[in-house]
Design a protein around this ligand. Structure first.
Ligand code: FES
Ligand code: FE
Length: 373
């Protein structure tokens, strides 16, 4: 596939190579995942000094680590001695230092080199701190950016998002569900951007979610979309019952019956669905042209106790069910697009408008020229 700008006036899906080609996949890693902000986790996953979480995509591997001063650092997971991967666990706590298993170089939580055994008098440890990635926290969500240069800050890109839950750094992760799906990451995202498929594939969801509803909110512009999540009847949450399924609710800036947010950021393939009792964050990690890890992170208010204030099996059920239904659809699309008979078809101009916006973002990122910050 020769990257170019989406031809004006065309409104169709991507060509086959975009979903199956290893060469295109590697270009995507460079142009998209190493060059845009990516969701790496929530601040509550790093509760104490030394808490860390890995964020790995393609060959890149970064540790987000909380230091003693409370700050969270993004440090490339590569020892500055001979390049060993420093940490292989996905999460954990290193009380005093991140110590390389190979020759014992030890790093502080801010990445500075603490000690390097027997390196001699002329060795200047200040020259060998871990390399840092860009990091920014937006409403409790940790974003990392692996590119060089200075990226446009997340808060600037999302300045117009009026999210009804403004204090999510005091939320906590109640559960993380991961799925490895035999499909291309863009098929997952394209599926997430439209509800044309909902009526026949999500019978439980469409009992509470109004796919034709206009519940207000705002158009987020070219790079993202957010709006008040349109629910049916007196539904207040994305639960099987449509009812709030927790006794402890998030503080919200709008009345509870309007506090339903839906937000998707195309460049980061990051989605949040917010209800007063639960906020579901979904992110996508490409593993191969035909394999994607999907992560659903369920946030609840920090005071909400599982088994007492809410039942996880009830509160998260509909989100998980819809995810599993979507996973089947995405797998099926991957099987179809790898068929040599596949040719791109037209988007529906009512229900698939966001798909075109994503394609514009995608083509722009993939086009030749300077990398986008
Ligand atoms: Fe890490 Fe040698 S490679 S201490
Ligand atoms: Fe769906």
């Amino acid at each position: 596939m020769t990257p170019t700008v989406r031809p004006p006036g065309t409104a169709e899906a991507l060509p086959r190579e975009a979903y199956v080609s290893q060469e295109n996949f590697e270009r995507e890693l460079e142009r998209v995942f190493y060059s845009t902000w990516q969701y790496a986790g929530h601040v509550s996953e790093l509760p104490a000094a030394g808490s860390f979480k890995r964020f790995a995509v393609g060959a890149a591997d970064v540790l987000v680590v909380r230091a003693a001063d409370g700050r969270i650092n993004a440090l490339h997971n590569v020892c500055r001695h001979r390049g060993s991967q420093l940490v292989s666990d996905d999460t954990g706590t290193c009380k005093r230092a991140l110590t390389c298993h190979y020759h014992g170089w030890a790093y502080n939580h801010d990445g500075s080199l603490r000690g390097a055994p027997r390196m001699g008098d002329g060795f200047d440890k200040h020259q060998f701190g871990l390399r840092r990635a860009h990091i920014e926290i937006w409403n409790g969500c940790i974003f990392v950016h692996l590119g060089d240069g200075t990226p446009v800050p997340v808060r600037e890109s999302l300045a117009d998002v009026v999210w009804p839950y403004a204090d999510l750094d005091r939320a906590k992760v109640a559960e993380i569900a991961t799925y490895e799906v035999e499909t291309n990451w863009k098929i997952c995202w394209e599926n997430a951007l439209e509800c044309y498929h909902c009526a026949i594939n999500h019978p439980e969801l469409v009992r509470v979610f109004d796919q034709d509803g206009d519940a207000g909110g705002a158009d987020g512009g070219a790079d993202y979309v957010y709006f008040v999540n349109p629910l049916l009847g007196d539904s207040l949450s994305v639960t099987r019952s449509g009812h709030l399924e927790s006794k402890v609710l998030f503080e919200c800036t709008t009345p509870v019956d309007e506090a339903r947010g839906f937000f998707q950021w195309h460049t980061s393939t990051f989605e949040m669905v917010g209800s007063p009792d639960c906020i579901a964050v979904t992110s996508y990690t490409p593993l191969a042209p035909d394999r994607t890890r999907i992560t659903q992170t369920f946030l609840v208010p920090e005071k909400a106790a599982a088994g007492k204030d809410y039942e996880p099996a009830v509160l998260f059920e509909l989100h998980k069910l819809a995810r599993e239904q979507d996973n089947q659809l995405c797998t099926s699309v991957q099987r179809g697009v790898r068929n040599p008979a596949y040719v791109p078809g037209p988007f529906n101009d009512i229900y698939e408008v966001e798909n075109l916006r994503f394609l514009d973002v995608y083509w722009k990122l993939m086009a030749d020229g300077p990398e986008r910050a």
